[in-house]
Design a protein around this ligand. Structure first.
Ligand code: PBG
Length: 331
C-alpha cells in the first residue's frame, strides 16, 4: 500500500546510510557462498587460468590450503573440479571410477585436514575424464546415450561419496540420474550425503573459460544441446526441477546465473526447496574484463550481481569471486 506525495516520499528512508542499512531487504554474507576450485596433478603446483583471471588450478596441497582459507572466511562449502591429465582421459571416462583419482585425493585431503569445518561438493559428469569432452558416453552416431551414462554416473557418485564427499552435484543433465544416484547412495550407507542437482542447466555460451580450466575445450567437438536445456525454455525448467525433487535431490541449482534470474525466481516461488545459482566462468570473466577495461569496478559489480541472486530467492551462489567477496563482506 503506497500513499500520496508528499505524505509518502520513498527517498526519506534512502536519505542516510544507517537508514538504508535498516531498510535493506536482502542480505549477502560469506555463508551464502560456494567456492569452485580446480584440482591439478602434482605437488606445490599453481597454474593460473588465462581466461579466468585471478583463478588458478591447484595441486591437492594447494586445494587443502584454499579449503582452510574458505573455512576461515566463513564460506561453508567448496566445489571441486579436476583437470585430469590428458593420458588418463578415455572414451568411456573410466578414470572417474578410480578411487585414487584427483577428485578423490582432493576430497580425502580436505576432509582429513578440515573435517566438518567445511563441506565438499563434487561434480558428477564425465567431461573432465573423457577424450571427447562430452559429459556422457557417446555412441557411433555421436549421440550421448542416456541410460548407459547414468549407470557410470552412479559409480562415479558412489566413488566420490566413499572418498568423503558431502554433497554430490550431478551436472550432466541425463534423465533419471538423480533417482539412480540417490538409491545407490542409500544402498551404500551414504544416507546423509546430499544431492544438489544441476536441475536447470542450459546449453550456454558462458561456459568457455571453465572448459579451459578442466582442459576439455580443446577436446570437445560439437555442443551439448542434446542434453543441456534450450535457453528459450522456462516451463521445461520447472519440469526438470519437479523431477529432480521427486527423485531425491536435497537442493537444486540453476545454471548459468544472471541470465536466468527468472528461472531462479519461478523455482523458488513454486517449490519449497533450497535453490542455488551457479555464476559461471563466463559471467565471472565478464566482470574481470569490465574491470580491466575500466568499464566498471570489480567489487561493486560482483556485489551487485550476487545480491541479485539472493533477491531472486537463492539460498546460495557458486562463484569464483567467493573468497574475494567474503573478504569484502567480512571487512
Ligand atoms: C560440465 C560442467 C560445466 C560447468 C560445470 N560443469 C561446463 C559444461 O557443461 O560444458 C560450467 C561451469 C562454469 O562455466 O563455470 N559438466
Amino acid at each position: 500500500m503506497t500513499g500520496h506525495f508528499p505524505n509518502t516520499r520513498l527517498r526519506r528512508t534512502r536519505s542516510t546510510g544507517w537508514s538504508r542499512t535498516l531498510h535493506r531487504e536482502t542480505l549477502l554474507t560469506s555463508a551464502d557462498l560456494i567456492w569452485p576450485l580446480f584440482v591439478t596433478a602434482g605437488k606445490g603446483v599453481e597454474e593460473p587460468i588465462a581466461t579466468l583471471p585471478g583463478v588458478s588450478r591447484w595441486s591437492v596441497d594447494g586445494i587443502v590450503a584454499r579449503a582452510k582459507e574458505a573455512a576461515a572466511l566463513g564460506i561453508p562449502v567448496v566445489a571441486l573440479f579436476p583437470n585430469t591429465p590428458r593420458e588418463l582421459r578415455s572414451d568411456d571416462g573410466a578414470e572417474a571410477h578410480n578411487p585414487d583419482n584427483l577428485m578423490c585425493q582432493a576430497i580425502r585431503a580436505i576432509k582429513d585436514a578440515c573435517g566438518d569445518s567445511i563441506g565438499v561438493l563434487t561434480d558428477v559428469a564425465l567431461d573432465p575424464y573423457t577424450s571427447h569432452g562430452q559429459d556422457g558416453l557417446v555412441n557411433d552416431a555421436g549421440y550421448v546415450v542416456n541410460d548407459e551414462t547414468v549407470a557410470t554416473l552412479v559409480d562415479q557418485a558412489v566413488n566420490q561419496a566413499n572418498a568423503g564427499a558431502d554433497i554430490i552435484a550431478p551436472s550432466d543433465m541425463m534423465d533419471g540420474r538423480i533417482g539412480a544416484i540417490r538409491m545407490a547412495l542409500e544402498m551404500n550407507g551414504h544416507h546423509n550425503v546430499q544431492i544438489m542437482s544441476y536441475a536447470a542447466k542450459y546449453a550456454s555460451a558462458f561456459y568457455g573459460p571453465f572448459r579451459d580450466a578442466v582442459g576439455s575445450s580443446g577436446l570437445l567437438k560439437g555442443d551439448k544441446k542434446a542434453y543441456q536445456m534450450d535457453p528459450a525454455n522456462a516451463d521445461e525448467a520447472m519440469r526438470e526441477v519437479a523431477l529432480d525433487i521427486a527423485e531425491g535431490a536435497d537442493s537444486v541449482m540453476v545454471k548459468p546465473g544472471l541470465a536466468y534470474l527468472d528461472i531462479i525466481y519461478r523455482v523458488k516461488q513454486r517449490f519449497d526447496v533450497p535453490v542455488f545459482a551457479y555464476q559461471v566462468s563466463g559471467e565471472y570473466a565478464m566482470i574481470e574484463a569490465a574491470h580491466a577495461a575500466g568499464i566498471g569496478d570489480r567489487d561493486a559489480l560482483a556485489l551487485e550481481k550476487l545480491i541479485a541472486f539472493k533477491r531472486a530467492g537463492c539460498s546460495g551462489i557458486l562463484t569464483y569471486h567467493a573468497a574475494h567477496v567474503a573478504r569484502l563482506l567480512n571487512g
